[in-house]
Design a protein around this ligand. Structure first.
Ligand SMILES: [Fe+2]
Ligand SMILES: [Fe+2]
Length: 321
């Protein structure tokens, strides 16, 4: 059983034989050619970077991403807490739930909710397209997948949570813009990050696959959707769905090969952005300790969030967690 979690580690602490998942492991060298290992360790509460210096390498086994390891280390200050690992060995027996964070929402309940949105789609080609994509095997993977490596929804069930964020916000957009094509927008939201199912391996930690690194989720998603299109689906309708996948990062500099060119694609890319930004802000603040004024600096978002003292006045009994 794990006793100490990443979120508990403070500069100056010593860690003896604590278990973590290996998220990243890379042999490298200093400018003077002194070898060392860059390592990132994780558990369900977060991740922490570390170094194994050449003197300590003899006490450290060579390991791979997603291995569970027993670690002895000291916590040092280097742009926040970082581990200086002095002992590391691979272990085979552990509680899987200690390592992989899971969405606060129930995986099956979220899938039911996505199903309710699917049942609103009237266009038969789009319905059939989703039926072709979501066979039992793929559905199982989609339900469990994380939506990102670290930044947002980086936990089991993350894609579903991210998609439901966007679907709920789309309800509001559709109310204000009633002539948007709701069928296309709902379909697009459900499939926009489908490539992430192949991008990441969601096991003891989230790791990137070879094809994820080489091809990226935008291409893989578009390809998967295209290859599951019903034979009689009009090409221009399929192209509108593919366009929403390809343009969902909004601009070329953020990795989309085309900018959004339909109102549905514009809406989708902003809903994606809103969910991507709100999720880490919300979770970081919720996880912070009562009484702190600012949370720890979030490197990926470039901010420390303010924890409002008025937050704890909220007593809404409908909030399930
Ligand atoms: Fe994406
Ligand atoms: Fe997304």
């Amino acid at each position: 059983m794990k006793k100490l979690f990443v979120e508990d580690l403070k500069v100056g602490d010593s860690v003896f034989g604590e278990l973590f998942a290996v998220k990243n492991y890379k042999k490298t060298a200093t400018r003077n050619n002194r070898p060392y290992i860059d390592i990132t360790l994780s558990d369900k509460t977060g991740l922490i970077k570390g170094k194994i210096w050449s003197d300590d390498m003899k006490n450290c086994e060579t390991v791979e991403e997603a291995d569970i390891v027993s670690v002895s280390a000291t916590v040092e200050e280097f742009n926040g807490p970082q581990l200086r690992v002095t002992n590391l060995s691979k272990i085979e027996k552990y509680e899987a739930d200690d390592f992989m964070a899971t969405s606060n929402f129930d995986i099956e309940e979220m899938w039911k909710e996505i199903g309710q949105y699917r049942s609103k789609i009237k266009n038969n080609h789009l319905k059939k397209l989703l039926d072709n994509i979501f066979d039992d095997k793929f559905t199982k993977r989609y339900k469990e997948s994380a939506a990102a490596f670290v930044v947002h929804h980086a936990y089991r069930g993350g894609i579903q949570e991210h998609v439901l964020d966007m679907l709920a916000m789309a309800d509001g957009v559709l109310k204000r813009y009633p002539k948007l094509n709701a069928d296309l927008l709902i379909t697009g939201i459900i499939v926009h990050d489908i490539g992430k199912v192949f991008d990441y391996e969601t096991g003891t930690t989230i790791t990137m696959t070879f094809e994820g690194r080489m091809l990226g989720h935008i291409f893989m998603g578009a390809e998967y959707v295209k290859s599951h299109a019903p034979k009689d689906m009009p090409q221009d309708l399929l192209d509108e769905v593919l366009h929403m996948i390809l343009s969902h990062h909004g601009t070329l500099e953020f990795g989309s090969p085309v900018p959004p060119k339909t109102a549905e694609a514009v809406a989708l890319s902003y809903l994606d952005y809103a969910s991507f930004k709100i999720n880490p802000a919300y979770n970081t603040i919720q996880k912070s300790e009562e009484g702190v004024q600012f949370t720890e600096y979030n490197r990926h978002l470039g901010v420390e969030f303010y924890r409002s003292p008025y937050l704890d006045e909220l007593t809404n009994e409908d909030i399930p967690f």
